[in-house]
Design a binder for this molecule. Structure first.
Ligand SMILES: [Zn+2]
Length: 290
């Protein structure tokens, strides 16, 4: 299983490198949705997404929780991956999301078909857009960005926790990329040690986003500013995100398969990522507001 994963993943990573400029733009490709075999990140925490569109499975005696569904096709892979790991997708009780863009939210409806009782918890700004199937985004407009809606069962406030079984996840509303972009933190045991896990939403400034004097949506600039302050302060030992390329998933998965049980523990990588992302944001802000 792991051998197949590395083989598939090595190819996908090269293709995924093309998409460094931003996510959820028109430059979609099957390359970021290449199926990969699921793998274990930590105790009761599994990777169930595609080559780049991530999805995370949280296992507990009280049921399962899934964070993000990728595209519609990814969502179907997520269901298959849950089965491959030996769990019953119908046991998914809670669906979570980083943000409402189709490449992270379209798969949620697919997962819910296998788990009709699953309840979606989402932020106040992004939840209504998921419930409207992608309609209402201030920038990504048109059929290409729409998907099957999922109703929101619970609206999450910034700092609110979600618990299931032994899991406690904290929702941090880190707007900018979308107004309700949500970064998740949680304690997780990796290689016998309790670590602070973090799933980064997205800090990408999409090509065409307006910052400063003219804004893509009111408050986007201040939202990014606030989010960078939050991100830099959050504990981040097990560094994860909504795209595999954010945290170098390819190389880490290979290291994991080669026996490095704590391959995803990368505090320095997380800090460096946020520094680089903030520099990109500030350069774009200066460029648009000379
Ligand atoms: Zn996005």
């Amino acid at each position: 299983m792991i051998g197949t994963f590395v083989k598939l993943f090595g190819t996908a990573a090269l293709a995924a490198a093309v998409f460094v400029s931003g996510d959820a733009t028109a430059q979609t490709s099957a390359d970021w949705a290449t199926p990969v075999a699921p793998f274990k990140i930590g105790e009761n925490l599994y990777y169930v997404g595609s080559s780049d569109l991530t999805a995370y499975l949280f296992v507990s005696k009280a049921g399962l929780m899934v964070l993000d569904g990728g595209e519609a096709a990814t969502g179907r892979q997520v269901v298959a991956n849950i089965r491959t790991l030996g769990f019953d997708p119908a046991q998914v009780k809670i669906l979570l999301n980083t943000h409402q863009h189709y490449d992270h939210a379209a798969g949620l409806a697919e997962i819910r078909k296998a788990a009709p009782g699953a309840k979606l918890y989402a932020s106040a700004a992004d939840g209504p857009i998921i419930a409207a199937g992608g309609k209402g985004d201030p920038f990504l407009k048109g059929k290409a960005y729409e998907y099957e809606p999922v109703p929101v069962a619970k609206t999450l406030r910034d700092g609110e926790t979600v618990t299931l079984g032994g899991w406690t996840l904290t929702a941090h509303v880190t707007g900018g990329h979308t107004a309700g972009c949500t970064t998740w933190t949680f304690p997780v045991t990796v290689a016998g040690k309790v670590r602070q896990g973090l799933v980064h939403c997205s800090s990408s400034v999409l090509p065409g986003y307006r910052l400063g004097k003219t804004e893509t949506y009111p408050g986007i600039t201040a939202a990014y500013e606030k989010s960078f302050a939050t991100w830099k302060a959050l504990p981040c030992e097990v560094f994860l995100g909504s795209h595999g390329r954010f945290f170098g998933m390819d190389a880490k998965a290979k290291a994991l398969a080669a026996g490095k049980a704590d391959a995803f523990v990368d505090q320095a990588g997380c800090k460096a990522f946020y520094a680089q992302q903030e520099a990109v944001f500030r350069a774009e802000l200066r460029k648009q507001n000379p």
